[in-house]
Design a protein around this ligand. Structure first.
Ligand code: ADP
Ligand code: ZN
Ligand code: ZN
Length: 753
């Protein structure tokens, strides 16, 4: 008997011989110990058991681990789909889809054993074979007359049970006040037996869902909920397009409660950044201990516990997680909610599997008859087209809940303000005046700038020299805190040179502005304002993040300055004004999705304002006040944005008019990299002709000392992406066998974001 076994490496599955002793127990999805090469041991997953003897000689697999499969059939099917669709191996999927603590690996037997997952357990004491019934127990007591301590221990144990413990009653070891040597003597005599019992995990819900406090819905929300339910009656997937503050979360609560009440499970996915926020607290306040959290900041052990518990569950689970949560076992799955479905963080860019958890969710719903709810105030164009085209049902919730009105959006022409002298530091008069008014009114202000640090680049005023990372093709950002230049790609840092390294001119100029500088400028302009900053430099841990958010929420600060981190899931009732300091940063990014992204980011940031009756305003500072996207944000014209973008994309065959696959090549030596890329592109052209673009350097062409080149393949709608990928995979195999080019690292990114 043979087994194809998946191990967490980029190759495989590998075929092993199954030992006699394990043959009767072996099943698909079980963990099994295998050796790779001379020494390395892995836990692999039994993928297929068969009897076809391979042409090569096989090694014996080791022992099976645990009593049952570690993967459900549904998970195995998802892994296969991901590996196939995103062009990677099952081993790549395994590396990410399973918590590290569940898949031990090691060079020695001992290292391997140490890595093995053991559930937390408590030691218990019960009566042993020498005290199996009442008569034997009495005899044991008689025999201990002269061993006072042992006698006392046995009596103390028996006193805890009406039948003296002969019925099998057990006590935690810690509840029995007995010294270890005394206990050990009793165990040696067979009077006591020790055993371990697994500690029940928190999150194991006992909460009665029929009694959870759900908010009464507004008529508009009622209607939307009804439409979502109707949508699910005919479709697997519903797109809920609800403006910011419309109360989408309250609708989810109803759907969740329904599912849980039927003993079914729900997966509720949100972007990483929102995981420690107010939103989680809100869901917890309704579903209490029924909520199981799953995200990257959980310890590895905790993630393994969550996984194990779900694997053994019968259903009725509510899992709140980030993208990797799609890989959890979810018994009796009925509903998957993808909140902020447009968010880029659902796509894993690096390393493989380069999957999109939103698209996995849609696939799972299709495959397993569960329902998938995609929701956003600014849906991705792809999802919106799917919804208007009839693939998904579309539900629109166009008004805010309660007193809140959508904020009034003002566009400020920064170039004009500058010319007229109506700008102080990086603030146009239009924004400054409103800040003064809001702060005077005792309302809060939020300022968004999508760069962190103080100055995103440093330049010589004389010769134009710019400080670059020696390992990456990006400028170094100056951070005032610590007085360092830092690379945001690879973490390289150096001190600020006293003079220009090229021409010697002293004091290089600090150019541009990041959140650190914004904070400093606000302090200079509003000396009495209390300011908080939220970015990766201040929110260095979940606790610090939480602290900043709650401080702002309870009014301990007047101004919050932040990066992307402030765009999601926040609800601050006193927030009266939002300032977007530099929209041009967002608009000018060289990517076909830049306009869509800029619209989404600006709308989401703007959506934090005016959630209470007092209303709110937003000021967008830009050099391009007439840019169509700026206008569309201002007039809340989502459909208009989609129309403009679709018109552009149809010309170039970009999604949703075609599928993209990017072939990326990475290597230290640029010359060999260039040759390899040209060779791959030529091979691709021989198969796909005009549909191949490049090779070209990506926006950041060098990272950590390695250069990148990309080749783009467009597969227009109507052609089979599966067949194209198969041909592409063939070409990649040729590279892997090529005399010279096999040293170059080549990978595919399907549906790049
Ligand atoms: P969205 O996610 O659509 O931006 P939220 O779900 O965060 O909106 O709702 C915005 C605010 O309105 C929240 O503070 C929420 O508690 C409140 N809210 C929404 N619907 C209701 C309701 N039916 N009853 C009470 N409060 C509601
Ligand atoms: Zn110089
Ligand atoms: Zn770098």
């Amino acid at each position: 008997m043979y087994a194809d076994i998946v191990i967490p490496v980029a190759r495989g599955p590998f075929t092993y011989r199954v030992e006699e002793a394990e043959a009767s127990r072996i099943r698909r999805g079980m963990g099994i110990e295998v050796r790779v090469g001379a020494r390395k041991r892995y836990m692999g997953i039994v993928w297929r058991v068969h009897t076809c003897r391979p042409a090569f000689s096989t090694k014996p697999a080791g022992r099976l681990m645990g009593d049952g499969p570690l993967l459900t059939p549904a998970q195995m099917e998802l892994w296969e789909w991901v590996a196939d669709y995103y062009m990677c191996t099952l081993g790549d999927v395994m590396r990410f889809a399973m918590p590290a603590a569940l898949k031990p690996a090691g060079l020695t037997e001992e290292e391997f054993r140490r890595g093995e997952y053991r559930p937390a357990s408590v030691r218990y004491v019960k009566l042993g074979p020498a005290a199996a019934d009442e008569r034997m127990l009495h005899a044991a007591l008689e025999g201990l007359r002269r061993a006072k301590a042992q006698y006392a221990a046995l009596v103390a144990f028996c006193a805890a049970f009406p039948d003296g413990g002969v019925g099998g009653g057990a006590l935690p070891r810690s509840a029995l006040a007995v010294a270890a040597p005394v206990l050990n003597k009793l165990v040696d005599k067979g009077i006591f037996t020790l055993f371990d019992r697994e500690v029940p995990l928190s999150g194991e819900g006992t909460l009665d869902v029929s009694r959870v406090p759900l908010a009464a819905l507004s008529p508009a929300q009622e209607r939307a909920l009804e439409e979502v339910r109707n949508g699910f009656a005919s479709q697997d997937c519903v797109l809920l397009h609800g403006v910011t503050g419309s109360g989408k979360t309250e609708l989810y609560m109803y759907l969740i409660a329904d599912a849980l009440a039927r003993g079914r499970s729900v997966l509720y996915m949100m972007p990483e950044i929102a995981m420690t926020s107010q939103l989680v607290a809100r869901i917890r306040s309704v579903f209490g201990n029924r909520v199981t959290l799953y995200h990257s900041k959980l310890g590895d052990r905790r993630r393994a516990e969550v996984y194990r518990r779900l694997l053994g569950s019968q259903g009725g689970e509510l899992v709140l997680g980030v993208r990797s949560a799609v890989f959890l076992p979810l018994p009796a799955a009925e509903l998957i909610i993808v909140d902020e479905e447009h968010d880029q963080s659902y796509k894993q860019a690096e390393p493989a599997p380069r999957y999109n958890a939103r698209d996995c969710a849609v696939w799972m719903a299709r495959r397993w008859g569960a329902k998938c709810l995609l929701a956003s105030a600014t849906p991705s164009i792809e999802s919106y087209v799917n919804a208007t085209g009839g693939k998904y049902a579309l539900v629109t919730l166009a008004e805010r809940y309660g007193e809140g009105r959508l904020p009034h959006i003002v566009v400020s022409d920064s170039a004009r303000a500058f010319r007229r002298g109506e700008r102080r530091l990086h603030f146009d008069k239009a924004l400054l005046d409103r800040m003064v008014a809001a702060l005077d009114d005792g309302r809060q202000v939020m300022l968004f700038q999508n760069r962190r640090g103080f100055a995103p680049w440093v330049e010589c005023p004389q010769c134009g020299w710019v400080a670059h990372c020696p390992r990456c093709s990006v400028t170094l950002t100056y951070h005032k805190l610590g007085d360092r230049l830092k690379c945001h790609m690879c973490g390289y840092s150096s001190s600020l040179p006293a003079g220009c390294p090229r021409c010697g001119t002293p004091t290089p100029k600090l150019m541009g502005f990041g959140t650190e500088k914004v904070e400093e400028e606000v302090a200079a302009l509003f000396p009495s304002a209390r300011i908080l900053r939220l970015d990766r430099d201040t929110a260095t841990s979940p606790a610090r993040y939480e602290r900043i958010v709650t401080d702002f929420e309870r009014g301990a600060a007047d101004v919050l300055v932040g990066t992307q981190m402030v765009t999601k899931g926040f609800d601050f009732p006193d927030l009266g004004l939002v300032g977007i300091l530099n929209a041009d940063n967002l608009l000018n990014y060289p990517d076909f999705r830049a306009s869509e992204r800029a619209y989404q980011t600006m709308t989401q940031v703007a959506g934090r304002a005016g959630r209470a009756a007092a209303g709110g305003e937003v000021v967008i500072q830009t050099m391009q006040p007439d840019h169509p996207v700026v206008r569309q944000v201002q007039t809340l014209d989502y459909e208009g944005m989609v129309r403009t973008q679709l018109a552009e994309r149809s010309v170039f065959g970009y999604p949703p008019y075609g599928k993209l696959v990017v072939v990326s090549l990475r290597y230290r030596d640029e010359r060999l990299l260039g040759q390899a890329a040209a060779w791959v592109a030529a091979r691709m052209r021989s198969v796909f002709g005009e549909r191949v673009y490049g090779p070209h350097a990506p926006v950041v062409e060098k990272v950590g000392g390695e250069s990148y080149l990309e080749i783009l393949l467009k597969v227009e709608n109507g052609r089979s992406p599966a067949r194209a990928k198969e041909a592409l995979a063939g070409i990649l195999e040729e590279v892997a066998r090529h005399e010279e080019y096999k040293r170059v690292f080549v990978f595919c990114d399907v549906d790049p974001q």
